[in-house]
Ligand binder design. Structure first.
Ligand SMILES: Nc1nc2c(ncn2[C@@H]2O[C@H](COP(=O)(O)OP(=O)(O)OP(=O)(O)O)[C@@H](O)[C@H]2O)c(=O)[nH]1
Ligand SMILES: [Mg+2]
Length: 255
């Protein structure tokens, strides 16, 4: 049975590029995978996904048909996709493949907070699904930025009962030293707190250590895997983590 991997994250964090890069890396290893574009608004895709939601629904058509602006149309699209998701999954089931990488729209709140996404994941089947949450390096490289992203990540994980893996996206943007620092903060509330105190001028703006510890309870410090789609680096570690998620290591990554 195929495993479904949703790539989720803030606008421009590298979801589309990584969908294609992961597929390319898998092919180079001799592993089987396919890609799905679930973004009805994407205009230029640099690759040809095996299944493309735009064959069913496009942002452009929804804007015209319902006289909506791009934001309203994205919301309508999310709900229309949920209505057609069985058909889309049926098409997918026609492919005999081990892994399916699913690119989601840039407006991640549409994925994270609309009820329709839960319906979508239910149709894919929670047993066979995991989320890769991509953290943008420009935000993740500061302690306060990382706290914000980890909050988004745990909120996303909290909404869906599936394993979630945090990926430090576009890691080639950061020096080795910066990557090591971010990974340290991302695995320990104490280290993150110390770094926050150092970063922030105004101590009243710093969340309490108790708050950062509490984020531990919801899996915030499960660790980050650095990946560069540009340099095709980090995919081996990510692949091992994915396998662990589905093969018994699930408790480590499930909230
Ligand atoms: N240097 C570098 N650039 C990257 C990497 N991954 C993506 N980019 C660049 O980051 C920009 C955004 O990448 P996308 O893959 O379109 O990001 P996205 O999350 O799909 O964006 P939206 O769908 O609009 O939210 C593009 O200019 C990419 O070329 C990477 O690993 N390294
Ligand atoms: Mg994209």
């Amino acid at each position: 049975m195929s495993k479904y991997l949703f790539l989720v994250g803030t606008a421009g964090c590298g979801k589309t590029t990584m969908t294609y890069a992961f597929r390319t890396w898998m092919s180079a290893q001799g592993f089987d995978s396919i890609t799905v574009n679930l973004d009805p608004g994407v205009e230029d895709l640099q690759y040809e996904p095996e299944v493309d939601v735009r064959d069913w629904i496009t942002l452009e058509a929804v804007m015209q048909e319902y006289q909506l602006g791009p934001n309203g149309a994205q919301i309508a699209c999310a709900d229309l996709i949920a209505l057609r998701i069985r058909e889309i999954v049926q098409t997918l089931e026609g492919f005999d493949t081990d892994y399916v990488f699913i690119d989601t729209p840039g407006q991640m709140e549409l994925f994270a907070f609309r009820e329709s996404s839960r319906e979508v994941i239910d149709v894919f089947g929670t047993e066979n699904t995991a989320i890769m949450f991509l953290l943008d390096p420009q935000l993740a490289k500061t302690p306060s930025g990382l706290v914000s992203l980890l909050m988004l990540s745990v909120t996303t994980g909290f909404r869906f009962s599936v394993p979630l893996i945090n990926v430090l996206s576009k890691s080639d943007f950061l020096s080795d030293e910066e990557v090591a620092r971010v990974l340290g903060w991302g695995s320990s509330s104490d280290r993150l707190y110390d770094a926050l105190v150092e970063e922030m001028q105004d101590p009243s703006g710093i969340p309490s250590i108790g708050f950062l510890h509490a984020m531990d309870d919801v899996g915030a410090y499960r660790g980050l895997t650095p990946v560069s789609s540009e340099a095709l680096l980090g995919f081996e570690d990510l692949y091992s983590l994915i396998q662990l998620c589905f093969e018994g290591g699930e408790d480590l990554y499930k909230d």
